[in-house]
Design a protein around this ligand. Structure first.
Ligand SMILES: [Zn+2]
Length: 398
């Protein structure tokens, strides 16, 4: 969609930068991917395993909003708190440094709008009762729930399907650019993903046009696109792709706890080989993954074969990093082409778009850089690129 766009702002950036296709992480689901972008690491380091997972320490399900029905099924108040607060305050590994923490430790000012992985060192209060203080970058704006500055932006939630989330982000982005109020600004535009889930991949032209408008608003605030690029370098990417889905499956594994959503699933329980074998005949499952004697096992059509993973972009590395996440299930599942796993609320996107699997359609992302080093081949390399751009040393892994 980006490569074919005639949106003037996106086309301007494409014409002035270096472009390639890059690879996301696994599962290729937003909370996992955005944690990878923010920390420069896969889930084995940052700890976020899926949209929905079993918290072993607290012995309960965590649900980050697969759908409103899934949030309700997990307990609406708990689900909102997990999505908005606990993901950053509790679930994101302490040893994984975010790009906001790294740059602000070096004395730079970072800003984040709507991105769900935002952990920083500044404490922010919410004007909305029931939302506790969180820690974000110095300039922090989160869906009208947390706002570090009064900007006059409209309420984010007024009409999501008409693009009010991205309009909120554009309004704040314009405010920040007008003041040159940051060294790093992370602007997250999720309305395109929302529309693509409903309409299917390659169909959400109107929503992409609104994303283009949001970027054009930043250009305007700088005095025009050329003036914008005189002042700022740009990294433009997606966190994951999308595939067309037609069929839905409700997974059940005897003796195991299934957490599934979109095109990835996990099974928690003893004896991972037995749990994986229980899904041998399930047409919705393309590959089942588990660890045995410390080694990655990939299983398809009832047979183990590690070469299965070579057919996916970064397949072996992404599968291993997902399995070595301490919060992941014992078995990970990548959905078959055209299939989706129903979530806790029984919801799915059959007839539309979805993502989460190892497949390239879900896992390949556009990656464009303007005024920095060449575009990286993985979303986990964006943090390194940004730190190098600002001349900030990369901390040794914890
Ligand atoms: Zn999505």
């Amino acid at each position: 969609m980006l490569e074919a766009t005639d949106g003037p702002a996106l086309r301007f950036l494409l014409d002035h930068g270096d472009y390639r296709r890059a690879v996301s992480t696994f599962p290729s689901l937003t909370p996992v991917c955005l944690a990878s972008i923010a920390t420069g690491a896969h889930p084995d380091v940052h700890g976020i395993p899926h949209l929905v997972w079993w918290n072993r320490e607290e012995q309960r399900l965590v649900e980050y909003g697969s759908s409103f029905a899934a949030l309700r099924a997990s307990g609406l108040v708990q689900g909102l708190r997990d999505t908005v607060v606990n993901l950053n305050e509790r679930h994101l590994s302490r040893s994984a440094e975010t790009v906001y923490e790294a740059l602000e430790s070096a004395g730079l000012t970072t800003a984040a709008i709507n991105i769900t992985t935002y952990r920083g060192r500044h404490r922010h209060l919410s004007p909305i009762p029931g939302f506790p203080p969180v820690h974000g970058p110095k300039r922090f704006f989160f869906y009208s729930v947390y706002e570090s500055d009064r900007t006059g932006a409209p309420i984010a939630w007024l009409n999501r399907s008409l693009g009010s989330i991205d309009a909120y982000a554009a309004s704040i982005g314009r405010w920040l650019v007008t003041r040159d109020g940051f060294d790093l600004l992370v602007l997250y535009l999720p309305d395109y993903d929302y529309a693509s889930h409903a309409l299917g991949p390659d169909a959400a032209h109107e929503a992409l046009g609104r994303a283009d408008d949001a970027i054009a608003a930043l250009f305007d605030a700088a005095g025009g696109p050329d003036e914008f690029l005189d002042r700022y370098a740009v990294v433009l990417c997606s966190d994951h792709g999308q595939s067309l889905v037609k069929e839905t499956a409700q997974l059940e594994v005897p003796g195991g706890l299934v957490t599934a959503s979109n095109r990835a699933g996990m099974v928690y329980g003893d004896d991972p080989r037995r749990l994986a074998q229980a899904l041998d005949g399930e047409v919705a499952v393309d590959v089942a993954l588990f660890l045995e004697d410390g080694e990655v096992v990939a299983r398809r059509d009832g047979a183990d074969d590690p070469r299965i993973l070579d057919s996916f972009p970064d397949g072996r590395a992404r599968a291993e990093a997902a399995l070595r996440n301490p919060n992941a299930g014992e078995v990970l599942l990548s959905a078959a082409p055209g299939y989706e796993f129903a979530d806790l609320g029984g919801r799915h996107h059959a007839g539309g778009g979805s993502h989460g699997s190892l497949a390239s359609s879900d896992s390949e992302v556009p990656m464009l850089t303007v005024g920095t080093g060449p575009p990286p081949g993985s979303i986990t390399e964006i943090k390194r690129l940004l730190l190098e751009h600002f001349g900030v040393a990369i901390a040794a892994a914890a």
